[in-house]
Design a binder for this molecule. Structure first.
Ligand SMILES: NC(=O)C1=CN([C@@H]2O[C@H](COP(=O)(O)OP(=O)(O)OC[C@H]3O[C@@H](n4cnc5c(N)ncnc54)[C@H](OP(=O)(O)O)[C@@H]3O)[C@@H](O)[C@H]2O)C=CC1
Ligand SMILES: O=C(O)C1=N[C@H](C(=O)O)C[C@H](O)C1
Length: 271
């Protein structure tokens, strides 16, 4: 690499958007070259640093994705599913590595991202932290070692502004548990019980979402059987760990062939 890769942050006024800006400005191998918000947002046209309540950065917040992506080697995107699907096509057109942290995507959204990955590197993960990605591997191993007499429940907790449930991380953990057990998650998933549900169905993987206050992100995988329980838990107390994972992915992707990757690839954890 001759020059530091230039990065654009989408959804720049958001919780993750602002955290990403701070982490990129402090990074010694990446430089910030653009900031994007949706059309009509009151940050558009303003200097990014000033909009964040700090010193001017000389970068105006834009609402023109293709124009800013054209200047970048990486686009880091923690926004919303509809925006991310649109950005995937535009980042591919600009041949920029697209790092996607957005959660709550449908199968149809994922299919469009798959199409965009024919022409560019896309790294997507419901959680960019080392701890959670390790937890997925541990969950897969434990699930593979236990039979269906062990009930698996996934409990997640997040802040009161989160719009999707179960969290992207909970779904990653559910996929890992299902893979370990050799079953299809779609066939065994049981989300948020309510009312006269009947007894628990053997083999199901349950999901439960807590929302409150400023919880950054907590995930527990519970394996329960007669007389004993195993609980494996990850607690995030600072969003910067997600941002740092995303920056690692942006750098990692620079010399990779077009395709879809995840944080296990980036962290070298794929078994
Ligand atoms: N993978 C991971 O490690 C993590 C993933 N996430 C995920 O990241 C996403 C964002 O989370 P968070 O930062 O907390 O959410 P926020 O709501 O704080 O931020 C989202 C930002 O995206 C903006 N946005 C929405 N649509 C567009 C668009 N079309 N163009 C440009 N910007 C747009 C929003 O603007 P406006 O508010 O005006 O609509 C907002 O500024 C969620 O899906 C969350 O689950 C979060 C943390 C870690
Ligand atoms: O919305 C959030 O905040 C988070 N979202 C991700 C998810 O859906 O799992 C990751 C993290 O837990 C924070």
């Amino acid at each position: 690499m001759t020059e530091q890769p230039g990065v654009v942050v989408t959804g720049v006024s958001g919780r993750m958007g602002q955290m990403l800006v701070r982490e990129i400005l402090a990074h010694d191998k990446l430089r910030l070259v653009g900031a994007l918000e949706r059309a009509g947002h009151d940050w558009v046209g303003r200097d990014l640093g000033e909009a964040m309540g700090a010193a001017a950065l000389g970068i105006a917040v834009s609402d023109d994705a293709l124009e800013v992506f054209a200047k970048a080697q990486a686009v880091i995107d923690f926004t919303a599913p509809a925006a991310t699907v649109e950005f995937a096509a535009l980042a591919a057109q600009a041949r920029a590595v697209h790092v996607i942290g957005t959660t709550g995507m449908t199968e149809e959204d994922l299919q469009k991202i798959h199409v965009a990955a024919r022409h560019a590197v896309i790294v997507r993960a419901g959680n960019m932290s080392l701890g959670v990605n390790l937890l997925t591997q541990v969950t897969k191993q434990v699930a593979a070692a236990l039979d269906a007499d062990w009930d698996i429940e996934i409990i997640e907790a997040h802040h009161n502004r989160k719009v999707d449930a179960p969290s992207g991380t909970a779904l990653m953990l559910g996929e890992a548990a299902a893979e370990g057990r050799g079953v299809d998650l779609d066939e065994v998933s049981d989300r948020g019980r309510d009312g006269i549900t009947g007894a628990r169905k053997k083999g199901d993987i349950g999901f439960h979402a807590v929302r409150g206050g400023d919880i950054v992100g907590e995930h527990e995988v519970l394996f329960a059987t007669g007389g004993e329980r195993i609980s494996i838990k990850h607690m995030a107390s600072d969003r910067s760990l997600f941002a740092r994972g995303a920056l690692k992915a942006a750098l990692w992707g620079q010399d990779k062939a077009p395709g879809e990757y995840d944080m296990l690839d980036v962290l070298g954890l794929k078994g």
